[in-house]
Design a protein around this ligand. Structure first.
Ligand code: SME
Length: 160
C-alpha cells in the first residue's frame, strides 16, 4: 500500500478531472486509455492498480493498465467477477471489502477494495475502468463521481 493513503476529497477530485481533461486533448484514440490509467494511479493515493478493459464480443479485454505488477486476468468473460458483473449490469460496482464478495476474482493478494465503472458509447457498454485499492473501504461516492466523469470522456476513445 502507498504509505498513509488518504481518501479522495472533492477538491482533489476536481483537480484530477481537470488534469485528465487537459491530457485527453493530447491523447488521440486508444492512447487516452493509458494516459488515464497512469494519471489516476499516480495522482490518487488510494488507487493501487488502475486498468481499462474493452468489450470484445462476450469478453472484457485489458487494454491499458498502471500499477506495480501485471494481472493474469487480461480477458474476463462478461458476467464473471466484479468486472464482468459491472459490464453486464451497466452500472458502477463498489466492493468495500473484497474478502466478503463472492464475485471477486483475485488479481493481487494486497487488494482490499475495488471499484468498477462502465464506459458507455451511445448507451452501450464498450469498456470499463477497474481500480484496486490496498485499503479497505477505499472508495466513496466521490470516487464514483470522478470515475464516471472520466468514463464519459473515454467513451469515444474506446470505439473505432
Ligand atoms: N478483481 C476483478 C478482476 C480484475 S483484477 O482486479 C485486475 C474482478 O473481480 O472482476
Amino acid at each position: 500500500m502507498k504509505a498513509t493513503a488518504v481518501r479522495l476529497t472533492r477538491e482533489h477530485a476536481r483537480e484530477v478531472l481537470g488534469k485528465i481533461e487537459a491530457e485527453l486533448g493530447n491523447s488521440p484514440g486508444r492512447s487516452a486509455l493509458k494516459t488515464v490509467a497512469r494519471t489516476l494511479n499516480s495522482d490518487v493515493q488510494t488507487y493501487s492498480w488502475v486498468g481499462v478493459y474493452l468489450v470484445e464480443g462476450s469478453e472484457l479485454v485489458l487494454d491499458a493498465w498502471s500499477g506495480p505488477e501485471a494481472t493474469e486476468h487480461t480477458r474476463i468473460p462478461i458476467g464473471k467477477g466484479v468486472c464482468g458483473f459491472a459490464a453486464k449490469a451497466g452500472r458502477t460496482e463498489i466492493v468495500s471489502d473484497v474478502g466478503k464478495d463472492s464475485r471477486y476474482l483475485e488479481c493481487f493478494p494486497s487488494t482490499r477494495a475495488e471499484i468498477v465503472v462502465p464506459i458507455f458509447n451511445h448507451e452501450r457498454v464498450v469498456g470499463e475502468i477497474d481500480i484496486d485499492s490496498d485499503q479497505l473501504e477505499a472508495f466513496s461516492s466521490l470516487d464514483q463521481e470522478l470515475l464516471e466523469a472520466v468514463a464519459r470522456k473515454l467513451g469515444p476513445h474506446c470505439v473505432g
